[in-house]
Design a protein around this ligand. Structure first.
Ligand SMILES: NC(=O)c1ccc[n+]([C@@H]2O[C@H](COP(=O)([O-])OP(=O)(O)OC[C@H]3O[C@@H](n4cnc5c(N)ncnc54)[C@H](O)[C@@H]3O)[C@@H](O)[C@H]2O)c1
Length: 283
């Protein structure tokens, strides 16, 4: 199936990046947020990212304008009815995602493929909230979305081969390298990342090393572009908490139990870069 028009539900940290890369690849994009304010904030993030690209000479102004013109913002889910593929990018909450997929199922054309950007929840479980489980799949984009090379496709026992092949082609058209994972908790990327992050939080909680030194051990020791503590701040301490909690609920494995330090920061509203303070302080 040829994808022309893409829907994005949620224009937060990840949804704004996904909206941008789809529009940049030439797709018409309809992006839905819950309120005009949230939508404007999300679209401003896209605009700002592209403006930086113009400033740095990565694209010309007219190109930026063409990309922005391909994006239509809305607060109405029904405006996504004619999309060929819809990407869900709302917070990591199974109930919220299932409710949304059930709604999308009644609104969207029968041909529409529905994908979730979930970090670790069961795609099969989400798919079963619809009457088209064969057309539901995971597209796990990584942050920051525009420069990130990797995209993890998550299959499920109920997805069709046609859907897998169409989505592989679509993701490749966004300029991403694809890995394919089965529908297991955290798939490949977060299974590894959450294991590492939780061990890093444990080291600072037990006072074994400072957060700076824990981060250095991975950046200098293994050449990671960012340490696990700084990465939690970058991705959002709240997102990290929700994903870890969901991994723990899905597996029951102690190594995925959310660290008390994460919960403390979330309760204090210290969510990382987006609030100016998380594990570290930001200007
Ligand atoms: N932050 C990361 O680094 C990262 C990386 C990969 C995957 N993810 C996953 O992506 C998803 C979104 O994460 P995020 O970091 O962008 O969160 P976020 O909180 O920045 O954005 C979520 C957005 O969804 C909106 N929203 C909520 N309900 C909605 C609805 N019914 N319709 C439309 N919009 C709605 C919210 O207003 C918010 O703007 C989660 O499933 C998360 O696990 C996050």
């Amino acid at each position: 199936m040829k994808i022309n028009k893409v829907g994005v539900v949620g224009c937060g940290f990840m949804g704004s990046g996904i909206t941008q890369v789809c529009a940049q690849a030439g797709y018409q994009v309809v992006v839905r947020e819950v309120s005009g304010d949230a939508l404007n904030k999300g679209l401003a993030m896209v605009n700002q990212y592209l403006a930086r690209g113009v400033e740095k000479g990565r694209m010309v102004q007219s190109e930026k304008e063409k990309i922005m013109a391909r994006i239509k913002g809305t607060t109405e889910l029904k405006d996504l009815s004619e999309c060929d593929l819809v990407i869900e990018v709302v917070p990591e909450d199974l109930g919220l995602k299932k409710k949304l997929f059930a709604e999308l199922d009644t609104i969207c054309a029968r041909r529409t493929i529905l994908t979730s950007n979930t970090s670790c929840l069961s795609i099969e479980n989400i798919a079963k909230a619809t009457k088209r489980p064969d057309k539901v799949i995971g597209t796990h984009f990584l942050s920051p979305v525009p420069p990130s090379k990797l995209l993890e496709i998550v299959t499920s026992p109920v997805v069709s081969n046609d859907t897998v092949e169409t989505v592989k082609e679509f993701c490749a058209s966004l300029g991403k390298e694809i890995i394919v994972a089965k529908d297991t908790p955290g798939f490949v990327f977060n299974y590894l990342l959450i294991t590492l992050s939780n061990a890093a939080f444990e080291l600072i909680e037990k006072g074994i090393a400072t957060k700076e030194d824990v981060d250095k051990s991975m950046t200098l020791g293994l050449g990671h572009p960012i340490g696990p503590i700084a990465l939690a701040d970058f991705n959002g301490v709240d997102v990290c908490y929700l994903v870890t909690k969901a991994m723990y609920e899905r597996t029951g494995e102690a190594r995925f139990k959310p660290s008390p330090v994460l919960k403390k920061l979330v309760d204090a509203g210290m969510l990382g870069r987006k609030t100016g303070q998380g594990f570290y302080k930001y200007k």
